[in-house]
Design a protein around this ligand. Structure first.
Ligand code: ZN
Length: 135
């Protein structure tokens, strides 16, 4: 056995020993302790679209957004919205150049976050005017 193979085998044994795995697990935060982003829908709605039709994403400019989406409450911005159309769910989200301009000030408003929020609405989630999800 070459030195390299011996080293590789030793590393494999180290990684696979329960005490090493336990130490790694101890350093990871428990999923129950990490706070869920309140902008995300409740877990039961945060999944692929469950409707009969299609979920269709339409990227729009700031100017187009009010044509499809209601105005956000004071102090908040509308970055996307959802419109049910028969069995389909239309998701309007700012187009990349507009969203990137917004993200210069609010970098944590990612496309993924906005999409998952809106997809939650497509799946039936609702929230009040303060953004608190209704159970
Ligand atoms: Zn919403």
């Amino acid at each position: 056995m070459t030195v390299a193979k011996t080293m590789a085998l030793a590393a494999l044994v180290l990684v696979s020993t329960p005490s090493y795995a336990q130490k790694v697990q101890d350093r990871l935060p428990s999923p129950d302790i990490v706070a869920r982003d309140p902008r995300l829908p409740p877990k039961e709605f945060d999944k692929p679209f469950v409707g009969k039709g299609a979920l269709i994403v339409i990227r729009v400019t700031w100017e187009q957004l009010p044509l499809f989406c209601s105005v956000a409450p004071k102090g908040r911005s509308t970055l996307g919205c959802t419109v049910r159309k028969d069995d389909d769910c239309l998701v309007y989200i700012l187009r990349p150049s507009s969203l990137e301009a917004y993200q210069r000030y609010y970098p944590d408003y990612t496309y993924d976050l906005i999409f998952r929020h809106e997809r939650g609405h497509c799946n039936g989630a609702q929230h009040d005017e303060n953004g608190v999800w209704r159970k």
